[in-house]
Design a binder for this molecule. Structure first.
Ligand code: NAD
Length: 292
């Protein structure tokens, strides 16, 4: 297939390279010259504009920072420029309302479209081991599946348009809340005089267990290797966790849902980011409890 790929940043760069590796012709665009040049060394064909990337494409993948940019790129450079039968796949994490509205605009122009946000960070994007949560019709999902499979280890149909984004932010709202809960519990265990490895051995096999504890323990030297063992560098940046919590809270407000734990996690991550920690891994929030 000929695939137009727009947005070759931390995530998109590796994803586009994996599509090229799978044998697709990838016409890649990013306004950032370094990102564009890197794609050229990884099997993609760099082009000078988004419109050029989508011209004649069988499918168009976008991996962009937010919903406003995705909507703008689709309106200005994709719809009316890509062939009407081109499948559109937006893999960015954006708000549910925008995902639904752009799917409607794409449908009016004749395009099948899926929202397909990812779970997994930069390493998974490079390795082709992302998990995709997909919203769209059965037919659109069937067309998207083999394209996404070339970039990931799991491709799951979540439901109609917007359902991929809904699944992503609900999942990450659990992640934010369980990470905060895990951090405060380890900080309390420490103050109560427990050995933290012993507490881990107990809680990881008891009802306090969660992914935040057993796959991503926020305490250095305890549990599996995690960003905590690397000075909280790498991993999933606090700013990205906050982005997803903000999207979850906005969706909850639109839907009239009550999300007290998500709201509290959002407040704590907002304060942590505003204190200058937006670039460190989100599990570093444990430091705010240790220092309390
Ligand atoms: P990034 O900022 O590294 O990359 C975004 C790219 O989009 C940049 O290269 C930028 O130049 C390009 N861009 C901006 N405006 C553009 C435009 N108008 N036209 C074309 N290109 C444009 O971001 P990222 O980390 O790659 O994240 C991309 C998306 O994936 C985001 O929605 C993010 O929330 C989501 N995500 C990121 C991670 C992660 O760990 N980084 C994990 C899961 C999901």
């Amino acid at each position: 297939m000929t695939i137009g790929f727009i947005g070759l940043g931390n995530m998109g760069g590796g994803m586009a390279a994996n599509l090229a590796k799978a044998g697709h012709v990838v016409r890649a665009f990013d306004p950032d010259a370094a990102a564009l040049a890197r794609a050229g060394t990884q099997g993609c064909e760099p082009v000078g504009s988004a419109q050029e990337a989508v011209a004649g494409a069988d499918a168009v993948v976008t991996m962009l920072p937010n919903g406003a940019i995705v909507a703008q790129v689709l309106a200005e450079s994709v719809i009316g420029h890509a062939p009407a039968d081109a499948l559109l796949l937006d893999c960015s994490t954006i708000d549910v309302a925008t995902a639904r509205s752009i799917a409607g605009q794409a449908a009016e122009a004749g395009h099948a479209m899926v929202d397909a946000p990812v779970s997994g960070g930069i390493a998974a994007a490079n390795a082709g081991t992302l998990t995709f949560m997909v919203g769209g019709s059965n037919q659109a999902f069937a067309r998207a599946q083999p394209i996404l499979a070339a970039m990931g280890k799991a491709v799951i149909h979540a439901g109609a348009a917007g359902a991929g984004q809904a699944a992503k932010i609900c999942n990450n709202m659990i992640l934010g809340a369980t990470m905060v809960a895990t951090c405060e519990a380890f900080a309390l265990a420490d103050r109560l005089g427990l050995d933290l490895q012993t507490f881990y051995d107990i809680a990881s096999k008891a009802s306090g267990q969660s992914w935040s504890m057993t796959s991503y323990c926020p305490v250095p030297g305890v549990g599996p290797q995690s960003p905590a063992d690397n000075g909280y560098q790498g991993g999933f940046a606090t700013a990205l966790m906050l982005k997803d919590l903000n999207l979850a809270l906005a969706a909850a407000a639109d839907a009239g849902a009550t999300v007290p734990m998500g709201a509290r996690a959002q407040e704590l991550y907002t304060a942590f980011a505003e204190a200058g920690h937006g670039g460190v891994d989100f599990s570093a929030i444990i430091r705010t409890f240790e220092g309390a």
